[in-house]
Each structure stands twice: as C-alpha cells, then as structure tokens.
Design a binder for this molecule. Sequence first.
Ligand SMILES: [Zn+2]
Ligand SMILES: [Zn+2]
Length: 151
Amino acid sequence: MENRIEKIKKQLHSQSYKLTPQREATVRVLLEHEEDHLSAEDVYLLVKEKSPEIGLATVYRTLELLSELKVVDKINFGDGVSRYDLRKEGAEHFHHHLVCVECGSVKEIEEDLLGDVEKLIESQWEFKVKDHRLTFHGICKDCQSKQQDDK
Ligand SMILES: [Zn+2]
Ligand SMILES: [Zn+2]
C-alpha cells in the first residue's frame, strides 16, 4: 500500500502535481477498493468516513486529475455512471472487463490480447494506437450455473 502511494506520488510529481492530503485520501480509497469500480459518489462516501472535511467537488476534481495523469482510468459500463479504476502497476494498457448482464459482476482481464489487432489498425488505417478499452457483456460463470439449476 505505502509502496503504491509512493509510486503514485512520484507519478504526480513528474507532472508537477503534489499529492496533497485530500488527493492522498482519495488515492487510498481507490487502493483499498481496487476491484470495486467505484463511482465518484462511492469514492466520496468512503473518503468522508475518514476525512469528513473533504467535499465531493474536491474528490471529483482529484479523480479527474488522476485520470488525466493515467493513474486511474475512467470507465462506463453502459449504465451511464462513470467509474474510476486504478491502472495496474506497470500496465501500458487499461485492463479489459467482463460484465455480467444478469448480476452486474465485473471481472478483469489483465492480458492485453489486442497486440495483433493494434498492429493491423496501425498498418491498415495508419492510426497510431495509444490505448484501447474493451468490455465484454455476457453471462458470468455463476449465473450460467444458476440458469442450469433452474432447468
Ligand atoms: Zn477494472
Ligand atoms: Zn452473473
């Protein structure tokens, strides 16, 4: 945890930003809930538990800054809510997601999978790919076995 905070601090410094106590409180919540895909409101409520003096606007601005600096990725799973997802350590690309349409669970795929597709896009459309995001919508393993049981 402290290690990751230290790295994020350096990442901010390298772009001339400081890890203020407000920003640090937000980063800590994101680290503690790394798998959770929190919305700005979710992050705010968790930050407030420990630091009641921090307002929603501050949390919101911090999340925007962190996403500009690629510490977090902003993602939308099609429900109209922006969620914030910490980028995995050393990841060049945003990780991919499997979203279950039955129970809403979200699994993460860390393998890139798209190296060949990027090469094709770069050669065929002369488009320099910087990043991509991929969300699969489907039915998770648990829901599939529940559906089996219902039959
Ligand atoms: Zn994720
Ligand atoms: Zn499911």
